[in-house]
Design a protein around this ligand. Structure first.
Ligand code: G6P
Length: 372
């Protein structure tokens, strides 16, 4: 009903506007003087200290959150992390044992593919942690431990605010394990905590400064038949999430690629006028990564692509080739995906709205897929 939407045109518009709160509510009560304390995991140190492998399983948007989390988890804990679609994991006879931690991610906590994979992992002797947005749902009940995301109820079928909350929860968990294993110093952890605490304000800035422009721009693009998304490192799963959201909401053919893969195939798709979103990593992080993405932009724009860059404020290297630049505030390299995804959510929603589609109830999709 209109009242439930709180004055917003759709649940999705409301939920995108709640992305800052989804992050801050997921952090709430879990940060203390630069340290991470997750009350739900108290007394469970043995579950996490000695794991030698992490496998993240999920479906849809939650799996992209897992892919972002892999970069941080591995870097901070030095434990190898794999990310797999739950339905693929379950049917390939994976190697599992008591030193394997299977982390499932699910907004609903009821996705059958993910639930079956969690049960399977437990039966095979692995430890299981659930990252879930729904208190008391089936997946957390079937797991050894749970870290809840506090995004609040998500009604629109396609996931938005839960995605940023899932990355936040994975980061908190990564810092928790890094402390247990001593793989990061307290000072390093405190630096990452500062970054996490700054995320909600930065997302709010994007919504305030860029949303009207992005919506206008999505309106102009309402007739587009195909959109590509390129990213590298943590920008790669964000590219795939941007593409997924556009397929789900606007029924447009969209694909996300790793920018480095361009020359191995996708560049053949580039022709005059092809819109390509490029997620540009900060030049202050890895200068090399930044240069490589800029050179990808040069390659596609030389072939006539219409480049829409998502780049940090002040990054002038994107200006010569990009047709549009959507700005995100400065953040540490691992924290950029929490910002870069926001313009993509706004864009997909804006384009679907411009086409007159129901952004809350896209055709053929269900909020929670409770069949395998
Ligand atoms: C459905 C929804 C997606 C969601 C996926 C996983 O396909 O349409 O938006 O990402 O399920 O859902 P979960 O509840 O497990 O996160």
């Amino acid at each position: 009903s209109a009242a439930e939407k709180g004055g917003w045109s759709s649940f999705m518009a409301k939920e995108v506007s709640e992305e800052p709160d989804a992050v801050s509510n997921t952090l709430r009560g879990r940060l203390h003087d630069g340290a991470v304390v997750i009350p739900e995991l108290e007394g469970l140190d043995d579950l996490f200290r000695d794991v030698s492998r992490v496998i993240v399983i999920a479906c849809g948007t939650a799996a992209y959150a897992g892919q972002v989390g892999k970069y941080a988890l591995e870097q901070w804990t030095r434990v190898p992390v794999d990310v797999e679609l739950a339905h693929e994991f379950r049917y390939r006879d994976p190697v599992l044992g008591p030193d394997t931690l299977v982390v499932s991610i699910s907004q609903s906590g009821e996705t059958m593919d993910t639930l079956m994979a969690v049960k399977y992992a437990r039966e095979r002797g692995a430890k299981t942690l659930s990252i879930c947005n729904t208190q008391g749902a089936t997946i957390p009940r079937e797991s050894d431990a749970v870290v809840y995301t506090h995004a609040g109820p998500e009604v629109a079928v396609a996931s938005t605010k839960a995605f940023v909350a899932q990355i936040t929860a994975l980061y908190l968990f990564g810092l928790h394990v890094a402390r247990l294993r001593g793989s990061l110093s307290p000072v390093e952890i405190a630096d990452h905590v500062v970054e996490l605490e700054a995320v909600p304000g930065k997302i709010a800035q994007i919504l305030e400064r860029e949303q009207p422009r992005i919506e206008q721009f999505a309106h102009w693009m309402a007739d587009t038949r195909s959109v590509l998304f390129l990213g590298r490192h943590v920008g790669f799963p964000i590219a795939m999430e941007g593409a997924l959201k556009l397929k789900e909401l606007a029924y447009i053919h969209a694909e996300g690629f790793a920018a480095g893969e361009l020359k191995h195939g996708p560049i053949a798709l580039i022709e005059a006028g092809q819109p390509v979103f490029v997620i540009v990593p900060s030049p202050r992080g890895s200068g090399e990564l930044h240069r490589k993405v800029i050179s990808s932009i040069e390659e596609i724009s030389a072939r006539g692509a219409r480049v829409i860059a998502i780049a940090e404020e002040g990054d002038a290297a994107v200006l010569p080739q990009a047709d549009e630049v959507l700005r995100i505030p400065l953040a540490g390299p691992l924290f950029e995906p929490l910002l870069a995804v926001v313009p993509l959510h706004i864009f997909a929603m804006g384009l679907a709205t411009a086409k007159g589609l129901d952004v809350d109830q896209p055709r053929n999709l269900a909020k929670s897929v409770t069949v395998e």
